[in-house]
Design a protein around this ligand. Structure first.
Ligand code: SF4
Length: 198
């Protein structure tokens, strides 16, 4: 896919009605960031602020994750940030299996175009979608996992879901925030190992 096709893909997402979420969204959230980056961050689905603005990770929990990325030395501007599902599920419910399946080809096209060396997943939904596991984020987070997804070999490092971090903001040793900072630093170390100079 060339840059023009990537832009066409963004337009296609913007008008997509493949699943019922297309009828209730304000804006589809394609994602943002450099297309030539070794690291892609994949979240679950847009929330209210994302739906309103058309941008990913701009609500309270997304902003917290952005602050942690910055603090750990991996600012969000260096990553392409997107979600498993591009439109907001009403009342912030979990996307259904059908909705996730309908949107799958968009995430696949994004990853095929960007070809990241590392995919950071935020929370259970994107982690399980890529790794094809039912294991929970508590046991998967902070470790590098390899998988083949839509014909692509991916290296995946899962983090806690940002809304979980928002509910657990303490910074005691071993707290979700401190574990996530360590996980992001590990992601940065891996990204630099995979792509010297990053
Ligand atoms: Fe289309 Fe995905 Fe939005 Fe559903 S969630 S309408 S498949 S862009």
């Amino acid at each position: 896919m060339n840059d023009a096709s990537f832009s066409a893909l963004k337009n296609e997402v913007g008008t997509c009605e493949r699943c019922p979420l297309g009828a209730t969204r304000t804006h589809a959230v394609f994602g943002e960031g450099p297309e030539r980056t070794p690291v892609v961050l994949v979240g679950e689905a847009p929330g209210a602020k994302e739906d309103e603005s058309g941008r990913p990770f701009v609500g309270l929990s997304g902003r917290l994750l952005s602050e942690l990325l910055e603090e750990a030395g991996l600012p969000r501007e260096k990553l392409f940030i997107t979600n498993t599902v591009k439109c907001r599920p009403p009342e912030n419910r979990l996307p259904s299996k059908t909705e996730t399946a309908a949107c799958r080809s968009f995430l696949a096209a994004q990853l095929r175009h960007i070809r990241p060396r590392l995919v950071i997943t935020a929370g259970n939904a994107p982690t399980r979608a890529l790794l094809g596991t039912k294991e929970g984020i508590s046991t998967l987070r902070g470790r590098l996992h390899s998988c083949v997804w839509e014909g692509m070999e991916l290296s995946v490092l899962p983090l806690f879901h940002p809304s979980y971090l928002l509910r657990n903001r303490g910074r005691a040793e071993g707290s979700p925030i401190m574990l996530t900072l360590a996980d992001i630093r590990e992601a940065l170390r891996l990204a630099r190992e995979f792509t010297p100079g990053f």
